[in-house]
Design a protein. Structure first.
Length: 243
């Protein structure tokens, strides 16, 4: 029996116990392996439920458990850190036919993953906002802003920000089916979502790639509000260095 055979049998309920896995009396340890296999599947399903509470709420417990069973067998863990298990859920949901009636689920999975990664992202000290104000206009336009590791932009053709709030905030308004963009920041311990314009999303995305502010503004288009965008980033401690 190899580790590959053991792992394959562990995630496939149709496979018998691996050859060589025996009880103390020398018989095949079928029942003991089945119990262990079930415990592993339950643990992975629980990890997915913890990672995607909004999706579970949207589809219901029964549907989510069945979906998790399919996911964990297609995508077993590649890391012992269960807090990062489920990274392939957006891709999985785009191809999971039973969930096609809720086309925003892949983007919701992306949002929930981003919130989790933001929570565990490395700490970073923000710059003093006065450092930007002290720059001459030409220097400001050529500046590269380094964003905190927890900062993430998500652009969706669905109202994922509103759907998330409708399922987490009491008395939040119902989502209107329209595109939404948001940025996640973590000024203290917990990540926070901010709905932003598509222009701000384009600019922040460009800044995160190391593109100078002036070029990032051009990419954002005419509707871009520099003051509102920089005010949000600085106010949330999302800018960590200025080059």
């Amino acid at each position: 029996m190899t580790q590959t055979e053991f792992r394959k049998g562990l995630l496939d309920p149709t496979m018998p116990a691996p050859v060589g896995l025996l009880n103390p009396d020398g018989t095949q340890a079928t029942k003991r392996f089945d119990v262990y296999r079930n415990n592993v599947a339950v643990s992975l399903s629980d990890a997915l439920e913890s990672a995607f509470p909004i999706i579970r709420r949207l589809v219901g417990d029964k549907f989510f458990r069945a979906m998790a069973g399919v996911y964990l067998r297609k995508h077993p863990p590649t890391s012992p850190l269960m807090m990062f298990y489920g990274d392939l859920m957006p891709k999985f949901l785009r191809r999971f036919d039973p969930a096609k009636s809720l086309p925003y689920l892949p983007d919701m999975a992306k949002l929930e993953l981003a919130m989790r990664h933001a929570y565990h992202a490395a700490d970073a000290d923000p710059i003093d906002a006065a450092a930007l104000g002290a720059l001459a206009p030409d220097k400001l336009m050529g500046a590269q802003l380094t964003l905190a590791p927890a900062t993430t932009v998500i652009v969706s053709q669905y109202p994922i920000y509103s759907i998330y709030r409708a399922n987490t905030v009491p008395d939040a308004p119902k989502a209107v089916m329209q595109p939404e963009s948001l940025v996640i920041t973590r000024p203290a311990f917990d990540p926070i979502q901010h709905r932003i314009s598509p222009a701000s999303a384009a600019c922040i995305t460009a800044l995160d790639k190391g593109i100078p502010l002036g070029v990032a503004m051009s990419a954002a288009g005419r509707d871009f509000d520099l003051g509102a965008t920089l005010g949000l980033l600085l106010g949330q401690g999302a800018v960590t260095s200025l080059n």
